[in-house]
Design a protein around this ligand. Structure first.
Ligand code: BT5
Length: 313
């Protein structure tokens, strides 16, 4: 949303305000005011007009403008009702030089997980990709994945869902000894060793999604399934972006917070890493995101891989 439209919207939310007043206040023509009001109506904002002027009666349930409205984070939000993959779209935007953009979709038709796995993304979810260009060496990038997991966990907890994090980046809800996946995160990046060109953090949250519409073998859950009613996706997305914004300023703190929410620490784990299997007790996490496993013989830090929680011996 451009700056003037933002200002029009802010004025309307404090309304009523007349067209001529608004034109004078923002130093634009009356017809420009009218065009902004019409564009906002088209985006789903309910703008009433009476003798006194315009006022904002309701904000759309979801969408780019809806999420940007009163968002306390410097992201522009590009919304799609349906798109193959928000990460793929964010890569195109990265190639054209964009930054601080969020690509958001109601549905993905080609959602991707790690290692080319599929990510099922029916309508009703929050499927988004954050594109940003942090001034850090590439080796620190994993910390942003952890930051995203922390932000998603906190946002879910604020809504009343008792989420925890499985290393490195699965957000789960545990009940009766079963872990159900609520959120998946896929991070992609480009740059040279000492300089990151861009990072894309793709976050998929099963928000208002029926578990029956998700792959059963994956043991999925959703915010609506946990709470027994749909959540306000606009509010959830805003909180997620605001929390991530805070954490990305200080990735070391994000790692510390990650420890608080971790369900992995203290558990017996088996991690399939690119260079082999590591099994033992997960004892800690180290900046920027390595898992420290005590195998009984030694402590090994693994920086990437698929992690299984095992039954205690
Ligand atoms: C992930 O992969 O968990 C990363 C998922 C990232 C998705 C986001 S959505 C926005 C952005 N755009 C994209 O295209 N992707 C990102 P991984 O750890 O590889 O887990 C994939 C596995 O999770 C699959 O093999 C299934 O078993 C399971 N799965 C698939 N869809 C699921 C869902 N909606 N909920 C829970 N589990 C799912």
């Amino acid at each position: 949303m451009n700056e003037t439209r933002h200002q029009v919207l802010d004025a309307l939310s404090d309304g009523p305000v007349s067209g001529p007043e608004l034109a004078e206040e923002l130093d634009i023509s009356r017809s420009a005011v009218w065009k902004h009001v019409e564009a906002l109506r088209e985006a789903g904002f309910d703008i009433e007009s009476d003798d006194v002027g315009y006022s904002l009666a309701a904000v759309p349930e979801f969408g780019g403008e809806a999420v940007e409205y009163e968002l306390d984070a410097p992201f522009e939000v590009e919304y799609h009702d349906s798109i193959p993959s928000t990460n793929a779209r964010a890569r195109d935007l990265a190639a054209s030089g964009a930054e601080n953009v969020v690509v958001l979709a109601d549905e993905q038709t080609g959602g991707r997980g790690r290692l080319d796995r599929e990510w099922s993304s029916p309508s009703g979810g929050v499927w988004l990709s954050l594109l940003f260009r942090p001034d850090v060496p590439m080796a620190q990038a994993p910390a942003f994945t952890l930051a995203a997991a922390v932000a998603a966990t906190r946002a879910a907890r604020e809504m009343g869902v008792d989420a925890g994090i499985k290393w490195p980046n699965d957000v789960l809800v545990e009940s009766d000894g079963t872990e159900r996946k609520l959120v998946g995160i896929l991070t992609e990046m480009e740059g040279e060793a000492d300089r990151t060109s861009w990072i894309i953090v793709g976050i998929g949250i099963n928000a208002n999604v029926d578990s029956d519409d998700l792959p059963a073998g994956a043991n999925p859950t959703s915010l609506s399934a946990e709470l027994g009613e749909p959540v306000d996706r606009r509010v959830f997305t805003q909180r997620l972006l605001e929390l991530f914004e805070e954490l990305r300023q200080d990735p070391e703190t994000a790692v510390a917070e990650w420890r608080e929410y971790a369900t992995t620490l203290g558990k017996r784990v088996r991690v399939e890493t690119p260079s082999g299997t590591v099994e033992g007790e997960a004892v800690d996490i180290e900046f920027p995101g390595g898992l420290v496993v005590d195998t009984g013989d030694e402590r090994v830090t693994v920086s990437a891989g698929d992690c299984d929680h095992l039954r205690p011996l």
